[in-house]
Design a protein around this ligand. Structure first.
Ligand SMILES: Cc1ncc(COP(=O)(O)O)c(C=O)c1O
Length: 400
């Protein structure tokens, strides 16, 4: 008898993980690997947030809390949505879960019936299609073309919506391509959504604070009066406050969906870790929170511009300039079909594997994001590492 449930085979093993496992093994063996794989800030969590967690532990805040959290955290999140995003969510329209990832998973579980379709613009964050499948839904990809900065157009969206479409996912600024929609472009998508009242929108805004080139961030649900009742707005502390390991994610949305997510969570994890809750509230309410995010944003913008300039100057490589998040997503297709160091390059996975083995540079192949012709490089690393890694990539490509 197969001990495993069928649902396990529904989801793919991550090819990305294989490359990062290899990079880690090489580092452990003492090899000087330049890592561009990180999906997290290289900054530490701000001291005032860490101090708050220490105080919570010392005060004995180590027991069960209400599902999904203490009222203070819900209130801080609602206030953040109200004041920073112009989203009038009340505390009862907010829920909290173990990172943005678990919040998205709960939302799919709370809204999808078997066979419901979910529109996912590509390139996409690797977990969206897998979570949709786990929840019984069917992912439908809308391809964002590089020639349009990886953004989907209103016409593409319009033609992808069918009677079976239940949810549209939007992620701006985006992982993995670092692209971000302007308010005008998002409004044009909102106008399409407004014509389809059966459609829910999951707006993944976790990179909202990391925008560059003077881009103005707007929350999707503000863009049309009908959207508040059918948009879930996702956010988390992971990227804004360099708190990836703390697992704090949150969502604002229509009360019936939030209630359903709380019902699910009450039987799953109950709540996030007790002593992270008040620090998470403090991060949102203390002015030092905003200061630390802005300091990080300025530094990421500087690094992102530098990495982009250097990548775009490599022969045969094109690269869209990042407008947000901390990723460049260069196109390596002109090298596919060639061989480097005796290795035939057939797609981004073989390219990334050869680059790691021969040049000791770790990148993320775009295959898991729907693009097997692109690689993702994170600029959440120092300028020195960026230059060293791109010098190595240049020498690697010169061997083709
Ligand atoms: C687009 C996107 N959404 C959600 C998440 C999940 O964030 P968290 O670490 O809070 O679970 C990530 C993490 O990389 C992401 O890139």
């Amino acid at each position: 008898m197969n001990p495993l449930a069928d649902r396990v085979s529904l989801i793919s093993d991550s090819i990305t993980l294989a490359v990062s496992a290899k990079a880690n093994a090489m580092k452990k063996a003492g090899i000087d690997v330049v890592g561009f794989g990180a999906g997290e800030p290289d900054f530490d969590t701000p001291t005032f947030i860490k101090d708050s967690a220490k105080a919570e532990l010392d005060a004995g805040r180590t027991k069960y809390t209400p599902t999904p959290c203490f009222p203070e955290l819900k209130a801080a999140i609602a206030q953040k949505f109200n004041t920073e995003n112009n989203l009038p969510y009340k505390p009862e329209q907010v829920t909290v879960g173990a990172g943005g990832k678990f919040c998205l998973y709960m939302a799919f579980m709370a809204t999808l019936n078997p066979g419901d379709e979910v529109l996912i613009p590509s390139p996409y964050w690797v977990s969206y299609p897998e979570q949709v499948k786990l929840a019984g839904g069917i992912p439908r990809i809308i391809r964002g073309e590089e020639s349009n900065g990886f953004k989907i157009t209103p016409a593409q969206l319009q033609s992808a919506i069918t009677a079976k479409t239940k949810v549209l996912i939007l992620n701006s600024p985006s992982n993995p391509a670092g692209h971000a929609y302007t308010p005008e472009e998002l409004t044009a998508l909102a106008d399409v959504v407004a014509m389809h009242p059966h459609l829910l929108v999951f707006s993944d805004e976790i990179y909202e604070k990391l925008v560059y080139n003077g881009l103005k961030f707007v929350s999707f649900a503000t863009l049309h009066p009908s959207l508040m009742d059918r948009t879930l707005t996702f956010n988390c502390h992971s990227k804004s406050f360099a708190m990836t390991g703390w697992r704090v994610g949150y969502v604002g949305g229509p009360k019936p969906i939030i209630d359903a997510m709380n019902k699910l969570q009450s039987q799953m994890t109950s709540h996030i870790t007790s002593f992270t809750q008040m620090p998470a509230a403090l991060a949102l309410t203390d002015p030092r929170g905003k200061e630390s995010v802005e300091a990080m944003r300025v530094e990421f913008e500087r690094r992102g511009h530098h990495m982009h300039e250097r990548l775009a100057a490599l022969p045969g490589i094109t690269c869209v300039k990042p407008a947000g998040a901390f990723y460049c997503f260069p196109n390596i297709s002109s090298y596919l079909g060639k061989s480097i160091g005796g290795v035939n390059l057939t797609d981004a996975v073989s390219f990334a594997a050869a680059l790691l083995a021969q040049a000791h540079v770790a990148v993320v192949p775009g295959n898991d994001s729907g693009f097997d012709t692109h690689i993702r490089l994170s600029f959440a690393t120092s300028m020195e590492q960026i230059d060293k890694g791109i010098d190595r990539i240049k020498a690697f490509l010169a061997k083709s």
